[in-house]
Design a binder for this molecule. Sequence first.
Ligand SMILES: NC(=O)C1=CN([C@@H]2O[C@H](COP(=O)(O)OP(=O)(O)OC[C@H]3O[C@@H](n4cnc5c(N)ncnc54)[C@H](O)[C@@H]3O)[C@@H](O)[C@H]2O)C=CC1
Ligand SMILES: CC(=O)C(=O)O
Ligand SMILES: [K+]
Ligand SMILES: [Mn+2]
Length: 353
Amino acid sequence: MNKLNLSVIPGDGIGKEVVPLTLNVLDTLASVHGGVKFEYEKYPWSCEYYLEHGEMMPKDGMAKLHQSDAIYLGAVGNPQLVPDHISLWGLLIKIRRECEQVVNIRPAQYIKGVKSPLAEPNDFDFVVVRENSEGEYSEVGGRIHSGDDEIAIQNAVFTRKASERTIRYAFDLAVKRSGKVTSATKSNGIVHSMPFWDQVFKEVGTEYPNINIESNHIDALCAFLVSKPHHFDVIVASNLFGDILTDLGAAVMGSIGIAPAANINLNGNYPSMFEPVHGSAPDIIGQGIANPIGQLWTAKMMMDHLGLEELGSLLFKAIKETIGEGIKTKDLGGLSTTEEVIDYINAKILTQA
Ligand SMILES: NC(=O)C1=CN([C@@H]2O[C@H](COP(=O)(O)OP(=O)(O)OC[C@H]3O[C@@H](n4cnc5c(N)ncnc54)[C@H](O)[C@@H]3O)[C@@H](O)[C@H]2O)C=CC1
Ligand SMILES: CC(=O)C(=O)O
Ligand SMILES: [K+]
Ligand SMILES: [Mn+2]
């Protein structure tokens, strides 16, 4: 029996509603497989944990995570209890950084049965490769003075190492897909880091003569994701640009409740982390209507990452068929609860296996 140890962090808000239920689906997948078992280490780290302990996770928390084969996280953030910059930097971003999860992979594709707000979604299928360790998400800066004289300075950090490995990851992915990489830039307004990013993109691109390359300013790229999402294959972006593009990707799919993400460690020293694109959705907590598909599609990415591609495919097929058969939560225009969607997907997996 291949035992896989998963660190499970439901986090806040709908993370707590969705993550525990999706573990049932993981168990179903394991039972179907027969040769694999998921063992869960569950951690209550969250904003409530912060109120009790004064920190988002304990001092030895990171060492515990390091033991696992993967980290499975819901969402972090409850601004009513803890300011977002404290909760996210104390847990989500801390894990991304300390586990050296240097790229964030976020696919978006047209899913039959999900009503895209676009008149002609044209079967789009793209992946955003987001730099996940630096860029605009930086602690470098500070605030001084007060009142009318108050100043806030926030520095973005772009290293050759991180830019290059992100861009190279995007090219390698494009080799396996349809052979096109689009870089998100803003070198007309951001005059140091973005021309640098463009230069690295061009340099790495010369190593991939068979890949088509293009560069779009982030503002135009946002518009193109709405007007012609089918044009794109792999999009590579800095941390903030990638963050924004992937909520947009989720929106053109039809709901942020279905969008998945994978924070990937590339050096093998620490586990990767799987968490959906969405946050803790405070506006729908406690109603039983959170869409579990984002979390489950994320679990599919985790299966693929753990070398269990057949389970990943089985899960994705069950997800698509469930949506196709109209078993959908409110955000997708359906009437089903979170639990009903999960139960249906579980049953699908069992009948198809
Ligand atoms: N990776 C993470 O853990 C992230 C955490 N956050 C945090 O989450 C909190 C809320 O942030 P928001 O900006 O409101 O973003 P959000 O993604 O939590 O919610 C945006 C909108 O999408 C809806 N939504 C999100 N996920 C859904 C799902 N699974 N099913 C149905 N509807 C869903 C929400 O109800 C809301 O109307 C904040 O504390 C924020 O910092 C935000 C984004 C990512
Ligand atoms: C924080 C956030 O929105 C993200 O990393 O996706
Ligand atoms: K999340
Ligand atoms: Mn985001």
